[in-house]
Write a protein that binds this ligand. Structure first.
Ligand code: ADE
Length: 235
């Protein structure tokens, strides 16, 4: 069973959307487990303080190293990767998601406030991961995103259909356009080739569309794709 442990000061918002749809069914089927750890339980003062003012001054509050470290020590006694969700982290990619889905699970620390004391990041070997270049009010939604992306890849969670569409992103291209009945909707027809029954032609069209969309929308992905393509021809 793939195990997700989430360390948070907002335990009540879990499983949230992870209880629905594919992830929820897989959770009920024990394909994965969710262990939500309330960081506040690891405070020692009567006010149950998890944050304090930043050394050196400045705005906001900082999550205390000692409290978070105790929570990690209690929750993560095994070899699972320990990640801190943070806008400062390495951007989460499908390749990383695939690697994490192959692990026994993940330990996810959710930051809140202005940040987390740097010493617990170093002291507990937390790797910072970001889900995108925007700032959320905390790591919880990012943790849910990461878990959802991993869980759908676990054996038995998705049907064949979905796993095939997965391959296109894994290859570094955006997905080709999809259509379903009716054949004409508001005057817009399904592209002729898709109704031809010629599977080779359909595959070629989809590939060309995936490349076109990637080139038009995501110059970054397109450059990386071309570099890999050239590299594989040279090697
Ligand atoms: N916490 C706040 N913003 C975040 C982001 N973009 N990714 C991951 N964790 C975050």
């Amino acid at each position: 069973m793939w195990r997700a442990s989430v360390l948070t000061i907002l335990p009540d918002i879990f499983p949230g959307p992870l209880s629905a749809s594919l992830a929820g069914k897989a959770l009920a089927a024990n394909t994965w487990s969710l262990d939500v750890v309330d960081i506040r339980k690891f405070t020692t003062d009567k006010h149950r303080t998890v944050d304090d003012t930043p050394a050196g001054g400045g705005p906001g509050m900082v999550m205390k190293a000692d409290v978070l470290a105790r929570a990690i020590d209690a929750a993560a006694t095994d070899a699972r990767p320990r990640l801190l969700l943070s806008p400062r982290g390495a951007p989460l990619t499908q390749a990383r998601v695939e690697a994490l889905a192959q692990q026994p699970g993940v330990v996810l620390a959710c930051g809140r406030f202005e940040g987390v004391d740097e010493r617990v990041i170093a002291g507990r070997g937390l790797e910072e991961v970001s889900i995108g270049d925007y700032v959320l009010s905390g790591g919880e939604l990012a943790a849910m995103v990461l878990i959802d992306a991993c869980v759908r890849l676990l054996p038995g969670v998705m049907g064949d259909e979905a796993s095939r569409t997965e391959e296109s992103f894994t290859e570094g291209l955006l997905e080709y356009p999809h259509y379903t009945r009716p054949q004409v909707w508001e005057g817009r027809a399904i592209p002729e080739v898709l109704l031809s029954g010629d599977h080779a032609k359909i595959a070629a069209w989809r590939r060309a569309e995936a490349e076109r969309l990637t080139r038009e929308r995501r110059g970054d992905l397109w450059s990386a794709f071309l570099a890999r393509f050239r590299g594989s021809r040279a090697g």
